[in-house]
Design a protein around this ligand. Sequence first.
Ligand code: ZN
Length: 286
Amino acid sequence: MLARLLLLLTALTLPAIASPNPEWTANHAPFRIAGNLYYVGSNDLAAYLITTPQGNILINSNLATSPPQIQHNIEALGFRFADTKILLNGQSHYDHIAGMAEIQRLTHAKVEVMDADVPDTESGGRTDFYFYNDPTGFFTPVKVDHILHDGEQVKLGGTTLTAHLTPGHTKGCTTWTMQVTESGRTYNVVILGGVSANAPNNFIDDPRYPTEARDFIKTFQILHSLPCDIFLGAHGLYFNLKEKYPRLKPGSPNPFVDPAGYKAYIDEREQTFRTELAKQTAARHK
Ligand SMILES: [Zn+2]
């Protein structure tokens, strides 16, 4: 009886992230999204390769177990893993960054991280306002080679990426923008870092992140202002990878060109945030 009770208690107190979502690990076939931009992630944890004549840029390194998968996908596309010159990320949570130290070690790529995400990156998640007391959110610390600031450009081999500070999900959450050219047309690409509030979460006066609500409000303003043709993000779920990928066919319109989907996603996330913020604000004034 006691053993069963203990088992039940253990099951109830285990954090939800202890069993990773199978979609986080199941490999997705790597593919070219448009121009020099490729998808090299899993079914849900997105990783992007941007190829240039001077080497390649990788956005997101995913779980600690993901580096072999990412390497396999890069090589399956005909590129060299060792040509990865710069490592970037969208947010410093373990599901997007835990593989970074290993990819840095294997490729000697330069790690460039937004200023406000540097402490979490270099502490392996131990300073994160949300995961600080949850070891399942910890990862191998990553040595940051270059600290980015809001609006900074990362340039390699004729490609320019712009880092937009879009805080809230993490303090240095980063949305990347770039342009790609495909069949003579130029497209604005937005790769969302993340815009969901980590629930249950105190937006208003969490001593570990007192500016969270203000940051989210500013982030939604920034995201609304970004020109977007091709909508991507740190999770496939953000931009509906599962539904769009099968529609990617030569001669058909590129399903990842989805400005309306981008706007609808940002609107929906903002509405969800504002509803929760109103609830928390009302609870404070009871
Ligand atoms: Zn996250």
